[in-house]
Design a binder for this molecule. Structure first.
Ligand SMILES: Cc1cc2nc3c(=O)[nH]c(=O)nc-3n(C[C@H](O)[C@H](O)[C@H](O)COP(=O)(O)O)c2cc1C
Length: 333
């Protein structure tokens, strides 16, 4: 575990991924204070809110943490401009993929830069652009996703570049045993989202957590793209009325696009605004019918709400026992 911990400058290479509306200062500080590494979900926030949230985390912990920047968010350009002032230790680019000059701006501030990848070519491009680490996320994950599963990505990307640069695996990881095997395959650490929703310190509405508790892995489905004239990033969420609303939105936007009433960029912005609002409705207001229940397939592996300290201790204990078991098995060969 030391490679990932040294990179993240924390005790355990367990990242609580940025989750819009969910990964707030309280959750991030709780993760950091219990030996993990949290990533603040500031990417969709206006500049002043982002600044305020960074200060809130700093007031709650003196440990390092990451800040999520979302390249397709309305305030992204403004976020890049204030990076020098924010003096962040770690910046995690998400959304689409950052340009080389944007990564350079982040690195000039002294921050370590982590970038998502969902294919080998993207991972290689991010490394070429200067990323210090890669978050390799399989399509099992919750929220906005790529199309390739973690098992295939491990073989295509982790085995290929995992020795050259720290690669943190995300998507579908919910147990210490899985964490141990992921590390054995060459990952520097793991990033979890769905499981951190199910903690006491997570601000998500009780109804949101209750739905997670009852859901099966197969309930977390990914959204389709109806037509190539309106490219949309797939989202994995639990099926409900809110998810159907996305289908209706696509149809409405496609009609207007076809009639030349709106541009493709405008339509894509509408889509992102829809997700932001729908997620807020479910996470903050507890409207689990009409809001978006973004969740990974690992939702089928969680059935209890625990303090962050307990979750991290469980992951580390179970990972350690799994590694010990493997060692014993190998010793008997
Ligand atoms: C409710 C929810 C919201 C998310 N929002 C974001 C986000 O704003 N930025 C981001 O980089 N990833 C986001 N993610 C992805 C997580 O950071 C993480 O990579 C993912 O949840 C890992 O897969 P898992 O859910 O199977 O653990 C979100 C995931 C969930 C479940």
């Amino acid at each position: 575990m030391s490679r990932g911990s040294e990179f993240l400058n924390c005790q355990y290479p367990i990242i609580c991924g940025a989750m819009t509306w969910v990964s707030d200062p309280k959750l991030i500080a709780a993760v950091a204070n219990n030996g993990g590494f949290g990533c603040l979900a500031g990417g969709n926030a206006p500049v002043e809110i982002l600044k305020q949230q960074v200060e809130e985390v700093r007031a709650l912990t003196d440990k390092p943490f990451g800040v999520n920047l979302i390249t397709i968010a309305p305030a992204y350009k403004e976020h890049l401009k204030i990076l020098k002032e924010l003096k962040l230790d770690y910046i995690v680019f998400a959304g689409s993929f950052p340009r080389a000059d944007e990564i350079a701006v982040a690195k000039e501030t002294g921050a370590k830069v982590m970038c998502f990848a969902s294919t080998l070519s993207i991972a290689k491009r991010m490394v070429r652009f200067g990323a210090d680490a890669i978050i390799l996320e399989g399509s099992e994950a919750g929220g906005h996703i790529g199309h390739v599963s973690a098992t295939v990505l491990m073989q295509q990307v982790l085995f290929e570049i995992g020795d050259d640069i720290p690669v943190f695996m995300a998507g579908g990881i919910a147990t210490g045993k899985m964490m141990a095997h992921t590390l054995l395959m060459g990952a520097a650490g793991v990033q979890l989202g769905t499981r951190f929703v199910m903690t006491d310190e997570c601000c998500a509405h009780e109804k949101f957590k209750t739905v997670f508790k009852r859901a099966n892995a197969r309930d977390a489905i990914s959204t389709p793209q109806y037509d190539s004239s309106l490219p949309v990033v797939a989202v994995r969420a639990l099926r409900n009325k809110g998810l159907n609303g996305f289908g209706q939105l696509q149809l409405k936007l496609l009609k207007k696009l076809g009639a030349g009433e709106i541009s493709r960029e405008f339509a894509q912005e509408e889509v992102e605004t829809f997700w932001m609002g729908a997620l807020r409705k479910a996470v903050i207001d507890g409207d689990v019918e009409n809001g978006s229940l973004m969740a990974g397939q690992s939702v089928g592996l969680v059935d209890k709400i625990v303090p962050v300290s307990e979750l991290i201790a469980e992951l580390i204990n179970d990972a350690s026992s799994a590694l010990e078991n493997i060692k014993n098995k190998l010793n008997t060969i």
